[in-house]
Structures are given as C-alpha cells and as structure tokens.
Design a protein around this ligand. Sequence first.
Ligand code: ADP
Length: 157
Amino acid sequence: MNIAVFPGSFDPITTGHVDIVRRALPLFDKIIVAVGVNNQKQALFSLEKRLDWLRDVFREMPKVEISYFEGLTVKFCEQQNARFLIRGLRNASDFDYEKTISQLNTIIGNNVETIFLISQPEYSHISSTIVREIIKGKGNVAPFVPAIISDDLNKNY
Ligand code: ADP
C-alpha cells in the first residue's frame, strides 16, 4: 500500500492545500494530512480547531486520513508505514527551503521520499500566513479558504 503524509501547520487550511491533496490523491492509496505540532511556533488556531476543519474539508475523500504528530516528520512517517511525504511548492523560496529539508529527511528517514507538487497559478499567492493576517484585520478570507471554514469564521470570530 502506497501511503503518503502531507505534513503542515494548516493554521488554517487553505484552498492551496486542498488542491495539493486533490492532485496527489491518484498517486497514493492513502494520504495522511497531519498537523505538525511545533511548540516553538505559536499558532493562531488550536490544534483541535485545525483538526476539526481538516476533518470537515476532507470528509468526502475516503482515502484521506487526518492526524497530528510531535517531533520529527520522518518518525511519524515510519510509525504510519508511509514511504512518501507530499509538499507543495509555490515559488523559489519554498523550493530553497524544501530542498534542504527533503535532503535531510532522506538521510535521517528510512527511505522516505518527498514528492513535490508545483502550485497551480491560481493558488500560488495563497498562504496561511496571509490568511491569518486577513483574519486579524477582520477582512474576508472567502477567496482563500474552503467555504466551510469561511462560514465558520464569519459566524464564530
Ligand atoms: P508548514 O508550516 O509546514 O510550511 P503549511 O501549512 O504552511 O505548513 O504548508 C504545508 C504545505 O503546503 C507546504 O508544503 C507548503 O509549501 C504547501 N502549501 C501551502 N500553501 C500552498 C499553496 N497555496 N499552494 C501549494 N502548496 C501550498
């Protein structure tokens, strides 16, 4: 079984993330979308909220599982029997950063291979960082996040 992990902060998940998962689906039997818990990085949304949103967004995709992990991504892959990591690339700075991480993961991981998907042009300007700034400024994030999330944000924040 070909299992892949799509790790991220998903603070919050955006339409750019969803597009990467959708396009990766035909390549794998199972994709585990996993929130990496990083205690050094203060998230805007709680882990529970981010996991709830992920579950809602991927409810109709039976091959997608939602999870979270602390510590090294490659250790989590090992625990899940996942041989593949999925990452999205929006631009050259994503590439520079991801290249190093991927090379390190090849060394410290047990045969873990990172598969990169280049962002579609209509999503390459979207980042969770920008979405968080818009939320803090009370702007409209509907163009950047799944409808289920913008509805929740409009009602509850
Ligand atoms: P991290 O903190 O690990 O970068 P993110 O949640 O910001 O977590 O991103 C997770 C993954 O999704 C990364 O590989 C990132 O490059 C990718 N990604 C984020 N936004 C987009 C987008 N708009 N299009 C394609 N890939 C994206």
